[in-house]
Write a protein that binds this ligand. Structure first.
Ligand code: NAD
Length: 308
């Protein structure tokens, strides 16, 4: 089957969402006399986390959100971090609290995440917010899967009545993704590492979402020709042989230049050949997460002050 696949451009959708955030933040300012406020807590020196946090605070500035980054000493204890979260919960001008994961292993991450006030939980990971999602009530939704829904909506890809298969059941992506697709009236199947006949199940999907964390695991035998494929995975590969297997011997220029390359959970060549529409890696789902975090922060601010 020969198709010209539509590339779902995450940068374009990110810019749209950011463009909508700014006037909302300005309207909030007129209403509340202050900007929406976001506090980011970063513990330790994980380089990827440092980049994510820098991008978050930069995007906050661009969308009219006040932000501050708090970097406790890496030796901070769970109790001390809890104290910090409680103090952020109590600050009126802070609408969103984001604790950057992963936390160092000596910290009880679950305890910390549970301590964030649900109305300020802009990551949408708190069990209260997950419960609101599961019971179809308004609330703060996890950013990455909510971004995927925006991507599908804004590209006018129908979800209602479609068969959707989500690979992955994490609290951050897979589970909320399945619930959000259900909310859109898709018929949803959730797969995971114990699912038998995975390729066969996936071939039943009109919309296939991969959130696994395994480079290029989803290959041609998983994709029904004409399916919409959303690749949430972000993996870095450093082995030349693996790059050659994934990208082909003639497409290694980018890998050769850097000695590594980002790749999703779906084989990019198979996806481009078989899907009717797909998200590339990078430039697909990735850019949406931060934009949705900004939207959640503004939404939290509006709710907290009775604006919505
Ligand atoms: P996770 O490790 O918490 O969950 C992975 C899921 O994949 C699990 O539910 C597991 O059951 C399933 N799985 C693992 N091996 C499998 C197999 N062989 N067959 C079927 N299922 C299998 O990961 P996560 O946090 O959900 O992230 C998944 C991917 O999405 C990662 O690559 C991560 O980097 C990426 N991610 C991207 C963004 C973004 O902004 N684009 C945000 C979050 C996560």
């Amino acid at each position: 089957m020969s198709l010209v696949a539509q590339i779902l451009d995450g940068n374009r959708v990110r810019d749209q969402i950011k463009g909508e955030c700014r006037p909302r933040a300005e309207a909030f300012f007129r209403h509340a006399g202050r900007q929406p406020g976001l506090a980011v807590v970063l513990v330790g020196e994980n380089p990827a986390s440092q980049v994510y946090v820098r991008n978050k605070t930069k995007t906050a500035g661009e969308t009219g959100i006040y932000s501050e980054t708090i970097t406790p000493d890496p030796t901070v204890t769970t109790e001390e971090l809890l104290h910090l979260v409680h103090s952020l919960n109590a600050r009126e001008e802070i609408d969103g609290i984001l604790v950057q994961l992963p936390l160092p292993p000596h910290i009880d991450s679950q305890k910390i995440l549970l301590a964030v006030l649900p109305e300020k939980d802009v990551d949408g990971f708190h069990p209260y917010n997950m419960g609101l999602l599961a019971t179809s009530r308004p609330g703060l939704r996890p950013c990455t899967p909510a971004g995927v829904i925006e991507m599908l909506r804004r590209n006018e890809i129908p979800m209602s009545g479609k068969s959707a298969v989500v690979i992955g059941r994490s609290t951050i992506v897979g589970k909320p993704m399945a619930l959000l697709l259900l909310e859109e009236n898709a018929t949803v199947t959730v797969c995971h590492s114990k699912t038998p006949n995975l390729p066969q199940v996936c071939r039943g999907a009109d919309i296939l979402v991969a959130a696994i964390g395994r480079p290029s695991m989803v290959t041609a035998d998983f994709i029904r020709p004409g399916a919409v494929v959303i690749d949430v995975g972000i993996n870095s590969i450093t082995e030349r042989a693996e790059a050659e297997r994934i990208f082909g011997p003639d497409n290694l220029a980018s890998f050769e230049k850097r000695g590594s390359q980002l790749v999703g959970d779906v084989n990019p060549r198979d996806m481009a050949r078989l899907a009717s529409a797909y998200t590339p890696v990078p430039g697909g789902v990735g850019p949406l997460t931060i934009a949705m975090l900004m939207r959640n922060t503004i939404e939290a601010a509006e709710r907290r002050t009775g604006l919505c």
